[in-house]
Design a protein around this ligand. Structure first.
Ligand SMILES: NC(=O)c1ccc[n+]([C@@H]2O[C@H](COP(=O)([O-])OP(=O)(O)OC[C@H]3O[C@@H](n4cnc5c(N)ncnc54)[C@H](O)[C@@H]3O)[C@@H](O)[C@H]2O)c1
Length: 270
């Protein structure tokens, strides 16, 4: 997600510091950005010169302090894990200029909780991009309990400058997108687990029958099975309802390191 967010900001004229603790992830991210820019050139959305300019606007860092010390706006897109995000927001709050807005791309973790570890809860907000970021129009703008009206307005205007369509939602587990999507994916995994049908049959029913562009198992692989499991756990803990309990097959696959497209194996092989 980080590479897609960096790509979109740089494409729309913003200078971007792309930060990851893992230098290999940064290399992979730049490779993905180049590949996706080439696709846009092929579709005649961008030119070779645009690509050069866009890449020039992106600098990579492994050191958080160097990357954010002069940032006007931060979008955090680290692993979907509450303790990682809380730790990062404590650091970001200490390292960023006082007026910087700290947005998170979390799929499900409470914005209010993330904001609570900072001294600037009014300037903490959810800016939930969809995957793949350069293609998908939606940004779910998630208001934490203390998020100010100014912060919401600035994120709406910023989303529009990125060519996106922002939709405001409130801070409940999974917000809107994943509160609805993850139970669907989980149910598809249960259908596979219980032998109701094979993976192709499940995906084909949903694609042809419901006009979904991707079947739910294919989509889960694309999102990352670890990300899906983390989101389901947030829903399960947050609502305390058994309907959100992750399917044991999903839990086993994540434990076995079969995380979907990013590891080459999920419900399908890549
Ligand atoms: N995968 C999706 O389709 C999708 C869609 C929308 C939102 N999201 C959200 O975006 C975020 C990232 O998801 P992803 O699928 O790209 O995850 P990912 O696991 O593929 O990538 C996360 C990256 O964060 C890095 N990281 C971990 N801790 C860090 C730290 N302290 N500082 C800097 N970098 C750190 C990791 O090295 C890794 O490269 C999550 O919050 C997820 O819920 C994901």
């Amino acid at each position: 997600m980080g590479n897609g967010i960096a790509h979109s900001f740089a494409q729309h004229g913003f200078k971007v510091a792309l930060i990851d603790t893992n230098p290999e992830a940064l290399e992979r991210a730049l490779g993905t950005i180049r590949h996706n820019l080439d696709r846009q050139i092929k579709k005649e959305v961008l030119t070779e010169d645009d690509k050069r300019q866009i890449l020039k606007r992106i600098t990579t860092y492994v050191d958080l302090r160097q990357g954010v010390s002069r940032a006007d706006f931060v979008v955090e897109a680290a692993t979907e894990n509450e303790s990682i995000k809380l730790g990062l927001f404590r650091e970001l709050d200490a390292l960023c200029p006082p007026n910087t807005v700290l947005a998170t791309n979390t799929s499900s973790i409470s914005i209010t909780k993330i904001a609570s570890v900072t001294q600037r809860a009014d300037r903490v907000i959810g800016m939930h991009f969809m995957n793949p970021v350069p293609v998908m129009k939606l940004v779910e703008v998630v208001k934490g309990y203390s998020t100010s009206v100014d912060t919401i307005h600035s994120v709406i205007i910023l989303s529009e400058r990125l060519g996106k369509i922002p939709v405001e939602v409130n801070d409940y587990p999974g917000f809107v997108a994943n509160r609805i999507l993850m139970p669907l994916i989980n149910e598809a995994i249960y259908a596979l687990h219980e032998g109701v049908a094979d993976r192709e049959a499940i995906d084909t029913v949903m694609k042809l029958g419901m006009a979904h562009p991707m079947g739910p198992l294919e989509l889960a692989d694309f999102i990352g099975l670890d990300v899906c499991l983390s989101i389901l756990r947030v829903l399960h803990d947050g609502f305390g309802h058994p309907k959100y309990a992750p399917c044991p097959l999903l839990v086993n696959m994540v434990t076995a390191g079969k995380l979907g497209k990013k590891t080459g194996q999920g419900f399908y092989a890549y």
